[in-house]
Design a protein around this ligand. Sequence first.
Ligand code: MN
Length: 229
Amino acid sequence: MENVFAPAKIPVVPLFGSAMVFPVHRIYCVGRNYSDHVKEMGGDPKLEPPIFFSKPADAIVTENKPVRYPLATADLHHEVELVVALSAGGENIEAAAALECVFGYAVGVDLTRRDLQGLAKKGGKPWDVAKGFDQSAPISAINPLSNLITHPTDAAISLSVNGSVRQQANINEMIWSIAEIISELSRYYELRAGDLIYTGTPAGVAAITRGDKVRAEIDTVGVLEFVLE
Ligand code: MN
């Protein structure tokens, strides 16, 4: 059968130190995975365990390209996050076997229309318009596990805007570990090669505006830089 129009291209993420690319299947995200961030959002980490939401695969912005300021918001926030890239998947994966699905890691920013998220929370509505918009998932090159000594568990994570540090923490503060996230997520979805998981943000989220230069870094994993246009 012939397509009625040319299908959209599969989004791809470059690999660090390789000419190959990583084809994206889905983007999953974890919310409320650092206690200090849950508290700064007015929540109680003991009462509100981490949650999942998703973004479209074509929300990625790669190669440090500029990000367009999105429609329908006056309060766009940055959230620096460790991104896990999967090369295998399945359903109901045991935490003990979960890291076998990991291909590599990247630095991502979960851009959030905070004003729309506030309205959604207040109205008991879904987070889609707050989280899953165009260009909402900037990502660095993926660092394949073969380049890393081990899975990152203790690494500084930070984000600065125009040279001023806004977020500074360690990924060892995550409430759910990488293995636990993969295992939990696989209770709800069949995970597949090509899935990206944004694993949550530490405290310090704040607004960015047109012209801001954002730099996000995770020790041993990589650096992501972009300008907001
Ligand atoms: Mn986030």
